[in-house]
Design a protein around this ligand. Structure first.
Ligand code: ADP
Ligand code: GN1
Ligand code: MG
Length: 374
């Protein structure tokens, strides 16, 4: 085979060799780059029998113990699959948990000659994910999807899962790191950078809201998804219903508020997190209403009074936190998130800070929505 390269410079023959190790049956005929994640590299593999599967190279700079990530996903799979078999779905509903594919010697991953770490998952048929919210119905469905996922994992004891990304969503930790970075970085000021610096400086108490609630016992650790952004929900192409959650690398112990906040963060911004029109970004309450209504259809069965009390704070905090993470990564020279250009993480931070501003300006409206859905 000639040395064709995929868009992110992986030689195709190298990818085919790796994909061959996971193929359920048949011959690999194509491997193409797929999706738009910020951390891992994802490929769609086609077999000669027309079957598809997903091949991914894990980012081991982010996930330092990738075997534990796969152990967690398998623990989750063993817990959820039997539950799904006995689950009574409302009419016409389906829910799929992707299957981890094994290598011939029954491993859940493969380490290539260059040390890279690979895994494969079954393809969720007749479904697609979206980078931006499509409409109110899409909002209801991602809310329902998150509720369904939480319902399925609610009783999975956190002791069975490893902490594969220490400090993930612990906002005070991100703030400490940010402070260390600005102390040692010569920052070339610009109006955008000044806006970010001031934005963070003006909100000294915000980073502590959820961690304080956790420390005081008001919120408890549970099993969470960790990364329920809009393109991690698979939507059925025929029914437009949510049918799966993917991107399970961050399933681990945490606060469900990290998930609730992150889902609304990405689902209530119609321009999406990659927009260049950061000054026009707004948080749309009617989308929040739709997502929460979909979520609560299922989650009201397991949410406590304290859980409801912190929903508004979780939305505001998770948006701010991601802005802080993007901005810090920009200042550090883009060491964590995949970027297309040097200013990419700055542009992303501006979007999240503008979204935080919009949430703060509509606090009363958002709190009323949460109150009325209780
Ligand atoms: P990342 O961690 O880089 O975000 P994801 O696991 O979210 O990677 O995968 C990237 C994209 O690939 C998803 O947004 C989705 O469109 C597609 N994808 C991932 N897993 C599957 C799957 N099992 N079935 C169908 N599509 C998938
Ligand atoms: C990353 O891998 P992806 O693109 O789904 C990040 C999330 C951020 C998100 C922002 C492990 O998710 O925390 O919210 O980018 N994942 C990790 O787009 O850091
Ligand atoms: Mg993803």
């Amino acid at each position: 085979m000639t040395d064709n390269f995929t868009a992110n410079n992986q030689p195709l023959h190298h990818l085919v060799t790796i994909a061959e190790q996971f193929k359920p049956e048949g011959q690999v005929t194509n491997v193409q780059q797929y999706g738009s994640g910020n951390i891992n590299c994802t490929y769609l593999v086609t077999l000669n029998n027309q079957q598809l599967f997903i091949l991914q190279r894990l980012n081991t700079q982010v996930f330092r113990q990738p075997r534990l990530v796969m152990d967690n996903i398998c623990t989750l799979s063993n817990f959820v699959r039997p539950r799904l078999e006995n689950f009574t779905f409302p009419a016409n509903r389906r829910w799929i948990f992707p299957l981890v594919l094994s290598t011939p010697n029954k491993q859940h991953h493969l380490i290539a000659q260059d040390g890279s770490f690979w895994r494969a998952m079954s393809f969720i048929d007749n479904s697609q994910s979206f980078d931006t919210i499509q409409d109110i119905h899409h909002g209801q469905e991602i809310g329902y999807g998150l509720g369904m996922f939480h319902e399925l994992i609610n009783d999975l004891p956190i002791e069975q899962l490893a902490d594969t990304l220490e400090g993930f969503h612990i906002t005070p930790g991100y703030l400490e790191h940010y402070k260390a970075v600005i102390a040692e970085t010569k920052i070339k000021k610009s109006p955008e950078i000044n806006y970010c610096l001031k934005f963070i400086g003006d909100r000294p108490d915000l980073p502590y809201i959820l961690e304080n609630a956790k420390a005081s016992g008001k919120l408890k650790l549970r099993t969470i998804h960790g990364d329920p952004k809009i393109n991690n929900f698979m939507i059925d192409c025929s029914t437009n219903q949510a049918v799966a959650m993917i991107d399970l690398d961050t399933v681990k112990p945490g606060l469900i508020h990290y998930d609730i906040g992150d889902c609304l963060r990405s689902g209530c911004n119609r321009l999406g997190e990659e927009t260049d029109l950061w000054e026009e970004v707004t948080f749309e309450p009617e989308l929040a209403q739709a997502i929460l209504q979909g979520y609560l259809q299922i989650a009201q069965a397991f949410l406590t009074e304290n859980d409801y009390d912190y929903i508004y704070d979780s939305i505001r905090l998770l948006v701010f936190e991601l802005g802080l993470r993007f901005f810090t990564d920009y200042l550090e020279g883009n060491v964590y998130f995949n970027v297309n250009h040097a200013q990419h993480n700055l542009a992303r931070a501006l979007v999240q800070f503008k979204l935080t501003e919009s949430i703060e300006a509509q606090e009363a409206v958002i709190r009323k929505i949460i109150h009325d859905l209780r």
